[in-house]
Design a protein around this ligand. Structure first.
Ligand code: ADP
Length: 443
């Protein structure tokens, strides 16, 4: 970053220098032209006045002296364009000047000024002419400095200026980069929003702060989860160990052995369910489930779930009804299966014998609705926003007794969040429960 600031500052200074130089040289060159015109006009006038009062013999001598003094060239051209006198060349060798613009105009209107590029001299040449009383034309020519020679003559100053500017830019860039970077380097990453100078950084600092909060929250959840997992695993294992120990030591009466074996089976079953749910959740957390979304036909999927749950519906003697439209959703198939399974299994488990469970699947233009409704035991109002927490159960012993792990709705919540949907719950004790999942269409 520092290097970039240096380079940018130097580049900017040099660009500014070049732009200003071009502007100044252009201005200087133009002003120089105007000044030259004025000077030459008065010069040609003065020489003309002097010539009027001079004897013919002195003319050549006078003109050559003036030309040397002013570093100019003086020519006298006859009214027919023939060169009569020139301070640089033998007049007889020179071409007819009748068509030269400055001569032509002077013959017509008394005086003229012209400037053009002379190929012979390789330079810009200014001409000032005046018609003398004799009818001849007096012309002075002045070779001006070309733009290139002007630039060449300014080059040393220019280079010194460039060097000074580069050094100054480096110093300023160094100071600036230090004053910019230092506060950034000293951001307190744990409390980013305190005492920071640049308000432009506020969105970033807010994000860091939010990230910190989330990290702390996740860390807390992770610790709680680990503690809960250990506790949840320990309980059935302790029971299994206890029963197995009694059996091993022959301390169980023959008629009670079957009951003990049943208890060991139940606890092991709970244990395996628990381990499976933990694996599912951690896979969801780490996004290890096949996360590719495909078109999932929810009607077919709910039929499959119904089949799988037949033993459960029979055990709890609950009527399980599907009222589903042929709705398709872009989703992760395995996640959708988990969602439907957990909602339906809960509706059956937390029900009364002879109770009813209805699964409705509908869609409208914006959303897809999955609704699982039962007329079972219901959920107290004050527990309704906690049942999606990991290991939370309204009635812990009841849930354990029916093989619950306390993780089913946490999995459902995860799945819904992944699909950017929402969950609504409507329940009353003794009245039953309706859980509605709304998924956005086309995701
Ligand atoms: P569990 O494995 O204990 O069923 P869940 O996460 O699936 O865990 O559910 C959390 C708790 O929410 C359950 O223990 C139960 O008390 C309550 N619950 C969930 N669904 C229902 C329902 N349909 N009717 C009544 N209570 C329910």
């Amino acid at each position: 970053m520092r290097k970039r600031i240096y380079i940018n500052m130097c580049a900017l200074s040099i660009v500014i220098l070049v732009v200003i130089s071009v502007f100044v040289i252009g201005l200087f060159y133009n002003m120089n032209g105007l000044k030259t015109e004025k000077q030459m006009e008065s010069e040609v006038q003065d020489i003309a006045v002097a010539l009027e009062h001079m004897s013919e013999e002195s003319v050549a001598d006078y003109l050559s002296r003036i030309a040397t003094l002013n570093k100019s060239r003086i020519t006298i051209i006859g009214s027919n364009g023939i060169v009569l006198y020139d301070t640089k060349e033998v007049a007889a060798n020179m071409a007819n000047h009748k068509d030269r613009p400055e001569v032509k105009v002077a013959l017509e209107s008394g005086k003229a000024f012209d400037s053009r590029y002379s190929k012979t001299l390789g330079a810009q040449t200014y001409y000032a002419t005046i018609r003398l009383s004799s009818g001849n034309v007096l012309r002075i020519a002045y070779v001006s400095q070309t733009l290139l020679s002007l630039i060449v003559s300014l080059a040393p100053y220019y280079l010194v200026m460039c060097a000074i500017i580069v050094v100054l830019s480096l110093v300023v860039a160094w100071k600036m980069s230090n004053s910019i970077i230092e506060p950034i380097n000293s951001i307190d990453i744990h409390n980013p929003e305190t005492n920071f100078r640049y308000k432009e950084f506020n969105p970033l600092l807010r994000r860091i702060s939010k990230y910190n909060d989330e990290r702390k929250k996740n860390e807390k959840l992770r610790r709680e989860f680990s503690a809960n997992v250990s506790h949840e695993l320990k309980t059935p294992i302790t029971s299994i160990l206890g029963y197995a120990d009694l059996l091993r030591n022959g301390m169980v009466k023959a008629e009670d052995v079957e009951g003990f074996a049943e208890k060991i089976y139940k606890e092991s079953d709970r244990l395996i369910n628990l381990v499976n749910d933990i694996i599912k959740l951690s896979r969801l957390d780490e996004k290890k489930v096949g996360i590719d979304k495909v078109i999932v036909p929810l009607d077919e999927l709910s039929n499959k779930i119904k089949e799988i749950l037949i033993p459960v519906t029979e055990r709890y003697r609950v009527n399980f009804v599907l009222d589903v439209e042929p709705v398709r959703v872009m989703a992760v198939e395995l996640m959708m299966e988990e969602l439907l399974y957990n909602l339906c299994e809960n509706a059956i488990k937390y029900n009364h014998p002879g109770g009813h469970v209805t699964v409705k699947i509908r869609r409208d233009r914006k959303s897809i609705y999955i609704e699982v409704e039962d007329d079972g035991i219901g959920i107290p109002k004050d527990c309704q926003n906690r049942i999606f927490e990991r290991f939370y159960r309204v009635d812990k012993s009841h849930s354990k007794q029916i093989g619950g792990t306390g993780l089913g709705l946490a999995i459902v919540k995860h799945v819904v969040e992944y699909h950017e949907g929402e969950i609504q719950i409507d329940s009353d004790i003794g009245e039953g429960t309706r859980i509605r999942v709304i998924l956005p269409e086309g995701r």
